[in-house]
Design a protein around this ligand. Structure first.
Ligand SMILES: Cc1ncc(COP(=O)(O)O)c(C=O)c1O
Length: 370
């Protein structure tokens, strides 16, 4: 196959000798359930994010769920979650028997704002789970006071923002808790995997107990817990990925900047959001804003024929069959979120993407509008 005819994926992890070496050590050690590698990976995340505690778990969904469980969120409680997010942000609220209250987004960042959250608060609101879509950090100066004013916790779904910065500080210690995913399309991967970071010692120790079957001491089960532990194999890959992290972030910024420049020259399209407070973005995905859904689909179709993978991103939660069936939502609810999603197209952005490969993406995008 010639270089020109090869398919270009929308996301792709970088795996190689570091990961092989770490994994080989684990296999040779004979210990493959949670152990020293998990501890070392947690320590690396503590050092990187600046949070005092990092608790490794089996997935990003588990990280979200256990955080809610540790905070005692339960039946009768409402939790504010964005309409535009991955399904698990809303599912975990249901796992706890609580009600996910969906929120519109600000189309200029895809994230919720203080004003939007304020408009959805009731006397039953028990927690907020704002999401950092595409790795675009939240405006913490705006968001956190909403919760502080009424004394409720904020868990940030930071699954996509590993490495992002808010006003010069790495994301991970701004809110009470941040949750991470290490699925292969994320900044760093462990295959499947997740983490909670927090600087609250009591919350950290409750989460540690809950992910380990609610134990307080061996076989002494004091609460209704889960098996959400991370394995040594996952942590070994995570540790190797942490060595690559500075390079991954530099690479993604290089690619995002080149897209910004090219897209500014294409009249129908807008480059990805870059709020000024975001001193660094992880570039989980680079999203182009199209004029409307028909144009987005035409571009995606054209690029697909050129062997270039694109993604429309997660359709809003309210449009998902499960939520329509159980909550009676209609497609036309949450029109701002729906319109933002309809115009959004994720294009290939991964560390190590050669310049000529990116050139093919840009060229195909331009030709799709010709
Ligand atoms: C915003 C968001 N939240 C939660 C998750 C869930 O993470 P995981 O797939 O590791 O369970 C993901 C990613 O898949 C995500 O993008």
């Amino acid at each position: 196959m010639s270089a020109h005819s090869q398919n270009i994926p929308v996301a792709q992890p970088v795996l190689g000798d570091y990961e092989i070496a770490e994994l080989t050590e684990v296999i040779r050690s004979g210990r493959i359930s949670s152990g020293a590698k998990v501890q070392a990976f947690e320590q690396a995340v503590v050092e990187f994010t600046g949070a005092r505690h990092a608790i490794a778990v089996s997935t990003g969904t588990a990280a979200l769920h256990v955080s809610l469980a540790a905070l005692g969120v339960g039946p009768g409680d409402e939790v504010l979650v964005p309409d535009l997010t991955f399904i698990s942000t809303a599912y975990v609220v249901l796992y706890q028997g609580a009600i996910p209250v969906l929120c519109e987004c600000d189309p200029s960042t895809y994230n919720v704002t203080a004003e939007i959250l304020e408009s959805r608060l009731t006397d039953k609101t028990r927690a907020l789970i704002p999401v950092e879509m595409n790795g675009i950090p939240l405006d913490y100066d705006e968001i956190l006071p909403v919760a502080d004013r009424i004394g409720i916790p904020v868990i940030v779904d930071s699954a996509e923002s590993f490495g992002s910065e808010f006003e010069g500080r790495t994301v991970g210690d701004q809110a009470l808790a941040h949750t991470w995913s290490f699925f292969p399309n994320k900044t760093v991967t462990t295959g499947e995997g997740g983490m909670v970071t927090t600087s609250d010692p009591e919350l950290a120790s409750e989460i540690r107990s809950l992910i380990n079957q609610g134990q307080d001491g061996r076989y002494n089960h004091v609460s209704l817990g889960f098996n959400y532990r991370m394995t040594e194999m996952q942590a070994a890959i995570g540790l190797a990925q942490m060595r690559r992290l500075p390079w991954i972030l530099e690479e993604k910024e290089r690619i995002a900047s080149a897209y910004d420049e090219a897209i500014l020259g294409i009249p129908d399209l807008e480059p990805a959001p870059r709020p000024t407070y975001a001193s660094r973005q992880s570039w989980f995905m680079y999203s182009v804003t199209c004029e409307n859904r028909a144009q987005r689909d035409a571009i995606a179709n054209h690029m697909g024929k050129d062997g270039i993978e694109t993604r429309t991103g997660f359709p809003p939660i309210h449009s998902q069959p499960y939520f329509r069936e159980h909550f009676g939502y209609d497609e036309s609810d949450f029109p701002v979120t729906m319109a933002a999603w309809e115009r959004k197209l994720d294009i290939p952005c991964w560390a190590g993407m050669p310049e000529d490969t990116q050139g093919r993406v840009i060229d195909s995008m331009k030709r799709s509008l010709a």
